[in-house]
Ligand binder design. Structure first.
Ligand SMILES: [Zn+2]
Ligand SMILES: [Zn+2]
Length: 141
């Protein structure tokens, strides 16, 4: 099984993810944009047991604005690590945290909230796929 290493901006927190992600893509939602201070969030979703903190576990801060997302970051540098999604039983390890992972996005989600239009030919979900509890509606690029 492949292990991918990740660390925060300063290196105080290190972690690994094992195996392959359940899904990869881009989220355009207002929450992701506001928290990341970027126009879009590149995500990779993993089963909780695939993610292991290998250094600095007590240096991780957490904030949950909603029960959907426990957002975690390094208390020293403020660098983002990942967001746990308990209702989905998945952890979003931000793709930028895993330089060794070949990022292969398959979908854009929450495209109705987009501030950055992307013409890459991938499906643009209005919110989420129906199997994740969304409408399943696909918007034009
Ligand atoms: Zn740090
Ligand atoms: Zn989002």
């Amino acid at each position: 099984m492949t292990d991918y290493k990740g660390n925060c901006f300063c290196g105080a927190v290190e972690f690994t993810v094992s195996g392959e992600p359940a899904a990869m893509g881009y989220c355009h939602c207002q929450s992701c944009r506001h928290w990341s201070a970027g126009p879009v969030n590149a995500f990779s979703l993993w089963k909780p047991e695939a993610v292991k903190i290998t250094k600095g576990a007590d240096n991780i801060g957490v904030y949950n604005k909603t029960p959907m997302s426990l957002r975690k970051w390094c208390k020293t540098c403020g660098g983002h690590l990942f967001a746990e999604h308990p209702p989905l039983q998945l952890i979003d390890v931000f793709a930028a945290m895993l330089p060794g992972l070949k990022f292969q996005p398959a979908v854009h989600v929450n495209y109705q909230e987009s501030v950055l239009s992307v013409k890459d030919g991938l499906p643009k979900m209005k919110d989420f796929p129906s199997e994740m509890g969304g409408s399943g509606v696909v918007l034009p690029e």
